[in-house]
Design a protein. Structure first.
Length: 337
């Protein structure tokens, strides 16, 4: 009999004993999230074939144009997760406020935060995009969820990860016991364990940053990026530059090959002095994944997972990837402070 592989649900059940959080409710949440991602993946794959490309004409809470697939992915996730019976509220990059599960539906204690479609500027050009998620538990004993339930440190995450819609669709996630990667086998519609116990190399060869922002950076940011480009760095030769412009895809490549992704603060927009990426739906979940894989994530000074947000859509500078590379970046960044 050929080895047909371990599905993500089998994997979760096998490890349920080691992980007290992997209760029936958590399994239910994850399986609904996986089903939603399969639907999004199907739509992403046929994006060039149907009238789903282009913009909806709406502007999201971040002031960016919402593309049709962003909107579609957001609606699928909200609808399906509202009906899964084990969560009480959600927050999406695309919605200004928290999204509560209506009273007529069964609720649970979990909170889901997501970026429904990350890298959406790449949709129309057939480049990898993804969905990032963070799972937490309601803090308060109150009947209704409040903003406070969402403004938790990243260390409070129960699970986090992402779906990557690339040549293959992948799921990479952690429940705090290492990181595993699964690849969707489209012929059977199941995610199969393809990357068990992912470990990020201690140092990498890649730096990823949008260098067109150079003139808006502080000197310590310039010095940090120059370090990775310099032949006199600790590696003795320049790192190579790779930048897709989809955080989830840039992150995934660096997770597997090693390297550092940087989105520093810039002075371009005085309303965004703390960078572009969102703490709750982008930085914190990926920081949980990278730490569980042996890497690190900081805002140039402090550990991302220790930051307590004060706003739902708080932005944060991000330096994430191989441990030694992030430590080096943080050392240079802090010198200039
Ligand atoms: P989103 O598509 O969810 O709005 O996120 C876009 C983000 C992220 O994916 C990427 O790393 C970054 O924007 C790219 O920004 P620049 O185009 O400024 O480099
Ligand atoms: Mn995003
Ligand atoms: Mn997005």
């Amino acid at each position: 009999m050929e080895n047909t592989g371990i599905t993500v649900m089998e994997h979760l059940l096998i490890h349920q004993k080691e992980n007290p959080l992997a209760t029936g409710n958590f399994t239910r949440l994850l399986s609904e999230l996986i089903f939603s991602a399969k639907i999004i993946s199907r739509e992403v794959k046929k994006a060039g074939l149907v009238d789903i490309l282009g913009l909806t004409g709406k502007i999201n809470v971040q002031g960016e144009e919402v593309r049709k697939l962003d909107d579609y992915a957001n609606r699928i996730l909200i609808y399906r997760m509202q009906h899964c019976g084990v969560i009480c509220a959600m927050a999406s990059e695309e919605n200004a406020d928290i999204i509560e599960v209506p009273d007529h539906l069964p609720k649970g204690e979990y909170i889901l935060i997501f970026d429904p479609l990350d890298g959406s500027s790449n949709i129309d050009v057939n480049v990898n995009i993804g969905t990032i998620f963070s799972i937490r538990k309601k803090k308060s004993d109150r009947k209704y969820v409040t903003l406070e339930d969402f403004l938790q440190k990243g260390t409070e995450q129960i699970a986090a990860g992402y779906f990557l819609y690339g040549p293959s669709t992948m799921l990479v996630y952690t429940t705090g016991n290492g990181v595993d990667g699964f690849t969707l086998d489209p012929s059977v519609g199941e995610f199969l364990l393809s990357h068990p116990n992912i470990r990020i190399p201690e140092t990498g060869k890649v730096y990823s940053v949008n260098e067109s922002n150079t003139s808006y950076w502080d000197d310590n940011v310039k010095e940090t990026v120059n370090y990775f480009k310099s032949p006199e760095n600790e590696r003795g030769k320049p790192y190579t530059s790779r930048y897709i412009g989809s955080l989830v895809a840039d992150f995934h490549r660096n997770l597997i090959y090693g390297g550092i992704f940087m989105y520093p603060a810039d002075k371009k927009d005085p309303a965004k002095p703390r960078g572009k990426l969102r703490l709750l739906c982008e930085a914190a979940p990926l920081a949980f994944v990278v730490e569980q894989a042996g890497g690190a994530a900081t805002d140039g000074k402090d550990r991302i997972l220790d930051l307590k947000p004060t706003l739902l859509h708080e932005r944060v500078p991000l330096f994430i990837g191989s441990k030694k590379d992030v430590e080096k970046a943080t050392e240079i960044m802090s010198k200039g402070c």
